[in-house]
Each structure stands twice: as C-alpha cells, then as structure tokens.
Design a protein around this ligand. Structure first.
Ligand code: ADP
Ligand code: MG
Length: 610
C-alpha cells in the first residue's frame, strides 16, 4: 500500500485550530485584550463595528514588539510567555499557548502596528488568510494596535452561524466585562460603531464593579475576605434581597482570570441557602488567588474551564467565607437572644392595658362577588384616559383584559369550523384553578388556562405587529428604572421590537436608565418591572437558537409574562371568553412554547372507561 498520511499545511492547521479558539467575535476580543494585558498595558482601547463582524480593534500602550517578533507572533506555537513545560506550572500571564494570533490570522484580515519603547520606528504588518500581504516600517506610538477585519471571510459556514450584530455585541460586552472587572488598575475605553459604550478610569475592584454595573450596585455589595494557605479570597457578594432571576452577575476569577465553575458556584448557592427564593440567583464578584502550580488552565483552549488541585477545600472555604460575610453584615437573619423586649415599647405605654383594636367589618362584603381585584383597580386608574388619547374601537376582541375576560362569547361562528365545536349554552368550570373544563358536541374538553392564554396573547401580539394596529396605554406615572449595563444593552437591543409592540421607552445611555411612558394596550395588571426582567432573562439565556426573530421572541415572552397563571381563580365569563378566544386562534393546539394547550376526551374514550 502506498503511504497516505501527509502533514497538513500550516494554514490548514491554523484554520482547524481557529475553530477551537475563535467561536465568534467575542473570542477575538478576549484574546486581544488578554495579549494587551500580558504586554503590561495601562491603557486599553477596544473598538468594534457591527457586532465585531467587520472590525475588532484593540489598541494598547504595552511593551510592543520588535520587527521580527511582530512577524513571528502570527506563527503557530509562537509565544514569548513560556519556554518549557515546567513554565506551565508557574503561569503569570493570560496567554501561553501561542496560537491565538495564528488562529485569528487564518480566518480574518489582520493588520498590526507595533513599536517597542525607545525605538524610533515601528512595524506595520498586514496578514490575510495566514499570508503576509505586506510589512513595512511605520511611524506609530509605543504599544500595539491590532485590527481584525472581516472575521470568517474564508469560512462562510462559520460566518453564517453568527448571530445578529446586537447579540454578538452582547457577547463582546460580556467578554469585555470579564476582563475589565478584574483589571481595575488598567483604564479601558470601549467604542461600538463610533460611540463610546464604556470609559473606565483606573480604580479599585469595587469602583470598577460600580463603573460597569451602575452606582446602585455600590450599596448592594457585601465584602468577602479570607486569607488561607490554599487561597486568598477577596471580592463581594450581592445582598440577597437584590438577587435576580438572571445569571448576569456571577463572576469568579482565579489568578485574575475569569473562570466558570459550576462546582464553586454551588458553594455560593449553599451559602445563600434560605436567604433567597429558589428561582433567584446569587450575585458575586469573587477573586481567588492560588499558587499557580495548583491550578491547571490548559484543559480547554479558551481557558475558562480550569482545574484546581484541591477543589473540595476551596468549596468549603468559599462557602464559609460567604456565609460569614452575609452574617456579619447583618444580611442573614439572626436570632437575637440578648434582645431586651422592653426596649420595643415606648416607656409611657408599658403600664397601659391592652385594648382590642376596633375593626369595622362589612358583613355583606363578598370578595368573590366583585370581578375587579384591587391591584387591577390601581393599574386601571393609572392608565385612565388612554382610550381618549387614541381612537380605538374597544369592542374589538383584542382589548380584553388578561384575567377578566370581559368580552362576551360572540365569535361562535368561528368555532363551527373547529373540531372543537362548543355549544352556545355550554358552561365551563375551573378545576384546581388550573384547568378549564367544558364540553364540545361529542367530547370533554380540558384546557390548560395558562398555556391557552399564552397562545391567545401571543397571536394578538403578532396581529398587532402585522397590522400595525398597535394600541398604547400611556402611563400617568411614567416608571423610571436604572439598569445594570448588560440589562440596559439587552433592552436597547430590542428597542425597535418593544416599540412595535406598544412600549414607549426612552433610553438614557449615560445613566443606563430607562423611562417607560407607555405600555402595550394588551397589557393589564402586570408588573412592568417583572415583564421587563423576564424579557432580559430570556435574551440573556437565548442560547444559539436562531429560529426566532427577536420580535417573535419578545412577543412570546410578553405573552408568557402576562398570561393568567395557574392557580389564579377566574370567573365564569372569563373562562368562557378564554375558551372562545383560544379557538379563534390560528394554532389553538399549542402554546407559543409548543406545549399542548388542551386535551379532548371523546365520548368513545369515556365509554371505554366504563
Ligand atoms: P500567547 O498569548 O499565548 O503567547 P498569542 O498568539 O496570543 O499567543 O501571541 C503571540 C505572541 O505575540 C505573544 O506571546 C506576545 O509575545 C506577542 N504579542 C501578542 N499581542 C501582543 C501585544 N498586544 N503586545 C505585545 N506583544 C504581543
Ligand atoms: Mg495571547
């Protein structure tokens, strides 16, 4: 047999390596920022365009490179950071694999200007698809500037896999935060499409957290400090009352490197146990300093998954240190045995007899008689008058409220077409405050109220979007909210979708705050804050599924937040209206999240049971 094995040419090997190192623009950002830090920069500028797809540039004032080094830096396994295998156990730099620049140069157009301190001239170099397009002497400042253009220009499959600019920008911001947070001694600037997103002057860790996450974060932080032989721990946890549903505020750093560790995360969760509701996430910014020989960073090309020698001890230290901090800062509820109860009562009252409080009761009051629940009244008031602002036909079935379905079952002709043919005189009832049970001509119909309502609302939102028949409710008292940077970015990213659905939101990029002046006409009695928070969580966790447009995802999510919940009582008219509205939908069988909305039990099936 003839020999068939051959060595891959360098540029092919580089492209393969690039697949591991560079998944998306954010990966390039991470590598370039880390190189700038390793070069001892004190000022770093990040410039991106179109979610990093057309340009990612990092400018630093670090040590720069000589002419030869500049050329060599793009070779695979070319590094100045380690010389032998032993060095791997004593790493003090972010990089060491010597493959980032080679990988990036294999899949993008790269341009570099670099000059070491004290040299008169620097080097200007351009590389396209691993080949040097030109190299010349240049006049440039000390330090290095690297521009990466047209990422994946030669791998269309990867390019097509990229998300919208907004989503890619969010990944870049996440990466930027991770690096900038733990290097508060370096000043950072971050520009997107020509406008400044972040300007972070030098400061301490706490100041850097506040620069990135907003001034409100300051009062939410509880310091954590612990110095042991295994680890020097420092940083902050967020007070449990400010816990969020999203995981956006969870940061572990090991030796100044952002790391992911589900195991250590669990330790923090354990320390917060009993202080937060289950679905909430603890927030933390924790730095661990360990002996470099006790940590293996080389287990994954992106170097975010690491292996500690003694993870169990770390776990125990983390858990107890965080617990201690929460307790010390009076965050954890503590039993106070030394409390003098006499101090609770004003002195002059102590000798007085106790008097039964007088309560006037209206014996005729029946809370279940009145359809209008209290919170609803409040909301109604706050939007009172909006109908006058917009000429709307309120008889339109779109304007039914989310719980009180005031619309009468008028659409019966619609159902004649449906297999589920419900008779006019049909009654329904609610089972366990969760299911609506009714009948069709020949079957028993059991509807999941929450999912059915999600479907109804979702289709109404889609109708609003396609017909441009959007109705807004002006809020009498506009709500203002200060958000943390990534939340602000997420909402800003779907600004157009929100406004198409009926939100009037003004974004203030400097204060990272939003002002909500109007909400969709379909929205009633729901807490706007919760609706927006759910939206943020959805988009934060939106993981690589590209099937939906952001508008649809937004509509789906709003429908979910606003739908009547399981466990919520509904009066007969509302139940009937929901049944009718459901079968007026284009796709009544499934919720927007593709879950079954109802089941039919036919006469035959029933017969068979007897
Ligand atoms: P690594 O960082 O793992 O060494 P890279 O491919 O990222 O590998 O970089 C290769 C080499 O290029 C580095 O070891 C360093 O010597 C040099 N280099 C890269 N970026 C810079 C920079 N911004 N300033 C100075 N030197 C740099
Ligand atoms: Mg590197």
């Amino acid at each position: 047999m003839t020999d068939i094995i051959q060595l891959l040419p360098d540029h092919v090997a580089n492209q393969i390596a690039a697949g591991e190192v560079v998944q998306r623009p954010a990966s390039v950002v991470k590598e370039l920022l880390e190189n700038a830090i390793d070069a001892g920069a004190t000022e770093i500028k990040l410039i991106v365009k179109e979610g990093g797809k057309t340009l990612i540039q990092v400018v630093d004032n670090g040590i720069g490179m000589s002419n030869t080094d500049a050329r060599l830096s793009f070779e695979r396994h070319a590094t100045s950071k380690i010389k032998c295998a032993e060095d791997l156990f004593n790493l003090h730099t972010k990089g060491f694999r010597g493959e980032a620049l080679a990988s990036i140069a294999a899949i993008a157009h790269v341009e570099m200007q670099t000059k070491p301190e004290g040299e008169e001239f620097g080097t200007h170099l351009r590389i396209e698809g691993s080949k040097v397009a030109f190299q010349e002497v240049a006049v440039c400042p000390k330090g290095t500037s690297i521009s990466v253009k047209n990422l994946f220009f030669n791998i269309p499959a990867r390019r097509n896999f990229l998300k919208s600019n907004q989503v890619e920008l969010r990944h870049i911001s996440d990466e930027f935060h991770r690096v900038a947070l733990v290097h508060s001694n370096i000043s950072f600037h971050f520009y997107n499409n020509g406008s400044e997103l972040f300007n972070l002057p030098k400061g301490n860790f706490r100041q850097r957290i506040v620069q990135i996450f907003g001034t409100k974060m300051n009062e939410r932080l509880v310091p954590v400090e612990e110095d042991t032989e295994v680890v020097k721990l420092s940083g902050f946890v967020i007070k449990p009352e400010y816990a969020k549903k999203s995981r956006g505020e969870q940061f572990f750093f090991a030796n100044n490197r952002f790391i992911k560790s589900p195991y250590l995360h669990h330790a923090i969760n354990a320390a917060f146990e009993g202080l937060m509701r289950n679905e909430m996430q603890p927030g933390y910014f924790l730095q661990m300093e360990v002996d470099p020989s006790t940590i293996d960073i080389n287990i994954h090309p992106t170097k975010t998954e690491v292996k500690f020698d003694d993870e169990q001890t770390l776990y125990a230290i983390l858990r107890s240190a965080v617990k201690h901090s929460l307790g010390q800062f009076n965050v954890a509820p503590m039993l106070d045995f030394e409390h003098d109860r006499n101090l609770d009562t004003p002195y002059s009252y102590q000798s007085k007899d106790a008097v039964l409080p007088k309560v006037t009761v209206d014996p005729g009051f029946n809370p279940f008689e009145d359809n209008k629940s209290a919170p609803r009244q409040v909301q109604k008031q706050s939007v009172k008058g909006w109908q006058d602002l917009y000429e709307v036909d309120t008889s339109d079935s779109q304007h039914f409220s989310s719980v009180q379905f005031e619309s009468e079952a008028t659409n019966s002709n619609l159902f004649d077409k449906q297999a589920t043919n419900i008779e006019e005189s049909t009654v329904c009832f609610q089972l366990n405050h969760k299911f609506i049970v009714t009948k069709t001509k020949s079957a028993l119909l059991v509807i999941n109220q929450n999912r059915a309502h999600q479907r109804v609302l979702y289709e109404q939102f889609l109708k609003v979007l396609s017909n441009d028949t959007m109705v807004k409710q002006e809020l009498l008292f506009p709500e203002e909210k200060v958000l943390v940077a990534n939340e602000f970015g997420i909402l800003k990213g779907i600004e157009d979708d929100l406004s198409a659905l009926g939100f009037d939101i003004t974004f203030d990029s400097t204060k990272k705050s939003i002002k909500i002046d109007a909400v969709p006409g379909l929205m009633t009695e729901v807490n706007i804050g919760t609706v927006l928070e759910n939206l943020i969580v959805t988009f934060e966790e939106e993981n690589n599924t590209n099937e939906l447009s952001t508008t649809e995802l937004t509509a789906k999510n709003l429908a979910k937040s606003m739908a009547v919940k399981n466990g919520q009582p509904m009066d007969a008219a509302s139940q009937m209206a929901l049944v009718n509205d459901l079968f007026g939908c284009l796709e009544p069988e499934l919720s927007p999240f593709k879950k079954r909305t109802y089941v039919l039990v036919s006469d035959n099936e029933l017969e068979n049971k007897f």
